[in-house]
Design a protein around this ligand. Structure first.
Ligand code: KIV
Length: 282
């Protein structure tokens, strides 16, 4: 368990001390209470909840109200773990004012300590405006899933010289705009390492290799809770999906063969005299 409260300052210190930051996504209270009892430093209520919790094909339909609802649930389960709330598609794209207003809702109503938004240099003014409102910002560059239609799918980013230089420029620009941390998604390892070396703020990689200052994974991915194929960068640290299915089947079997519930063990007692009295009235 994180013994002292993680803040933007402690996370920055971790980069300075060469200590890696472990971050996971989380979308509900129960999981948050489990994470709080571990060594995880930071939690992201990602708009990936559109897929993992809400069953959409991508993150685009997720609303501010969805994000606030889940961020608030998670916040009630955390104490010392740093909490970042994700800004969903079209919650910051219109104007700096819209971005500040919605970032403010994630803090006031969702009780997040920081917000994350996708985009590089083009979104620098949004980052600056939110930071000016005293709200810490995590930038997110590389593969930005809200741009799935513009990208034409989910692909590794920054592979050729022009795009690699653009990605480094984006990283420097979001840092200059005031972001205190930046997520690098699906970026070749050597490029992510170079970007991490060039930045003074921590980089958090997902599919970006070990040279980043920390890592984030979607928790259902790392627990192997899906039947489908996981992206290449995911490691399964447990096989909870299999265990859940086995437990559900065992429960179903025991309900059907009446070995669950067990009298006395899972049931409540009542005096026979009460039952006799109820029967008499039948
Ligand atoms: O929404 C999300 O979970 C994310 C992570 C994958 C970084 O943005």
């Amino acid at each position: 368990m994180a013994l002292k409260k993680q803040t933007v300052t402690t996370l920055q210190k971790m980069k300075e001390n060469g200590e890696k930051i472990a971050m996971l996504t989380c979308y509900d209270y129960t999981t948050a209470t489990l994470i709080e009892q571990t060594d995880i430093d930071a939690v992201l209520v990602g708009d990936s909840l559109g897929m993992t919790v809400m069953g959409y094909d991508d993150t685009l339909p997720v609303t501010m109200d969805d994000m606030i609802h889940h961020t608030a649930c998670v916040s009630r389960g955390l104490k010392n773990t740093f909490l970042v709330g994700d800004m969903p598609f079209m919650s910051y794209h219109v104007s700096d004012e819209q971005a500040v207003e919605n970032a403010g809702r994630l803090i006031k109503e969702g009780h997040a300590s920081a917000v994350k938004l996708e985009g590089g240099a083009k979104y620098a003014s949004r980052i600056r405006a939110i930071v000016d409102a005293q709200i810490p910002v995590v930038a997110h560059i590389g593969l930005t899933p809200q741009s799935v239609n513009a990208f034409g799918g989910f692909k590794v980013q920054g592979k050729d010289e022009e795009r690699a230089k653009q990605l480094l420029a984006d990283a420097l620009k979001v840092q200059e705009a005031g972001a205190f941390m930046v997520t690098l998604e699906c970026v070749p390892e050597k490029l992510a390492t170079l970007i991490s070396e060039q930045l003074t703020i921590p980089t958090i990689g997902i599919g970006a290799g070990n040279g980043c200052d920390g890592q984030v994974l979607v928790y259902q991915d790392m627990l192997d809770m899906y039947d489908g194929l996981a992206p290449k960068f995911v490691k399964h640290f447990a096989h909870i999906g299999k265990e859940m299915k086995e437990a559900f089947n065992e429960y179903s079997k025991e309900v059907k063969d009446q070995s669950f519930p067990v009298t006395g063990e899972h049931t409540f007692r009542i005096d026979n005299s009460v039952i006799d009295a109820v029967r008499k009235d039948l």
